[in-house]
Write a protein that binds this ligand. Structure first.
Ligand code: NAD
Length: 369
């Protein structure tokens, strides 16, 4: 059998720097765990614009559709601010998400004990936190019609429409239940069924899918505003949260900040299963291209490394190897190694991007003995 294929799109700014560290990790798995991938690399964002005049070429799009998983660094940079909207680096990313129909956005909020003091919440509230927010990504109020700004009498009116079909709700609910089965087997669905019809339908469909297909998973419902409060009061009560595009946008950013730094946050966007059973999948750190630190060896590669751990778990069914990688990251942090973004008041000396990557590799190797 051929190796699974992995398309790597490093992108712009710190994207290529953090991806260099991920390539080392991928090579380590090939050399030490018999887990080899057919890795190819291509351009996205400003780098693609510079080479081809477009932020994602049709050829790269086709390769992404064919790959078993896509791993992206980051896109963007101030030099592209002057470009027309359709040519901006971010359009490359949006095209990938849209054409691969990646409807489920997975945003874990995980707080490694060694970084608990870094959160704005108390260490005992966030220490050991491990929750997953599943946000519907391709429908809802960001896409619903009618939309626009028009004139009514003497004033302008701005309109957006929250619209969900049953099938759109059902497929993201299934993603959440499937994930829960690989975790602590609990799903909390969040909407505003008290004031929105789309929320009533959301709650109905999630309840129906649960009863018909996932009754082994524990399901609860919460209004999204109450959910926001509970996330800051006692986030460890949750395992998987499933919610719509708008609420998910807010709640996933809120949950992310429970854990401290942007440089630590991975994400996955998943679509429908392909012929080989694997979901269409794009893995990327939550952070952007960080032009302020690009090219200085200061970037934290952990968000991108943890994005590869998500690929191991959700695309390649290698949960144990994903845990090995997450444990290696945790061990490095427990040893006190910090890139500059993880240094607070204590004033310790930061390690560079490549020193952090090498330290993770060393922990991976020591996990074998
Ligand atoms: P950003 O995430 O790039 O940076 C925000 C701050 O966090 C900066 O101070 C940066 O130095 C720091 N930071 C981010 N990632 C880090 C890491 N791995 N290690 C250490 N520090 C890190 O957001 P921004 O400054 O608002 O945007 C910069 C560019 O990135 C823009 O062009 C924006 O459009 C783009 N962007 C891209 C994505 C993406 O590719 N998914 C996401 C957000 C922003």
């Amino acid at each position: 059998m051929s190796n699974p294929s992995l398309l790597i799109l490093p992108g712009d700014g710190i994207g290529p720097e953090v991806m260099t560290e991920v390539r080392k990790v991928i090579d380590w798995y090939g050399a030490n765990r018999g887990l080899s991938f057919d890795v190819s690399e291509d351009l996205v964002g400003g780098a693609a614009y510079d080479a081809h005049g477009a932020p994602l070429s049709d050829e790269t799009m086709a390769r992404a559709q064919d790959a078993d998983a896509v791993l992206l660094g980051a896109v963007g940079g101030p030099q592209y601010d002057v470009l027309d909207f359709s040519l901006k680096p971010e359009r490359g990313l949006l095209r990938l998400r849209k054409e691969m129909d990646l409807f489920a956005n997975l945003r874990p909020a995980q707080c490694f004990d060694a970084l608990a003091d870094f959160s704005s919440l108390k260490a005992d509230v966030v220490g050991g936190l491990d929750i997953m927010i599943v946000r519907e990504l391709t429908s809802g109020v960001y896409f619903g019609e009618p939309r626009g700004i028009h004139k009514e009498g003497n004033e302008r009116v701005g309109i957006n429409t929250q619209r969900y079909t049953e099938s759109e709700i059902a497929r993201v609910a299934r993603s959440a239940f499937e994930l829960a089965r690989k975790r602590d087997n609990r799903v909390c669905s969040m909407e505003k069924a008290n004031v929105m019809e789309s929320g009533v339908l959301w709650r109905d469909v999630v309840t129906e899918i649960h009863a018909a297909e996932y009754s082994d998973v524990e399901l609860s419902h919460m209004y999204a505003d109450a959910g926001a409060m509970q996330l800051t009061r006692w986030p460890k009560q949750f395992d998987v949260i499933v919610t719509d595009n708008l609420f998910g946008d807010l709640l996933s950013d809120l949950a992310a900040m429970l854990t401290g730094s942007l440089g630590m946050l991975p994400s996955a966007s998943l679509g429908a299963p392909m012929a080989n059973g694997r979901p269409k999948a794009l893995y990327e750190p939550v952070h952007g291209s960080a032009p302020d630190i690009a090219g200085q060896g200061k970037a934290n590669p952990i968000a991108c490394i943890l994005s590869f751990a998500m690929a191991l778990r959700y695309s390649f069914d290698q949960g144990e190897e994903a845990t090995r990688l997450e444990d290696a990251v945790e061990a490095v942090l427990a040893d006190g190694l910090r890139t500059a973004d993880l240094i607070g008041e204590e004033g310790r000396a930061p390690v560079s991007t490549s020193e952090m990557g090498d330290a993770v590799l060393a922990k991976l190797t020591s996990s074998l003995s």
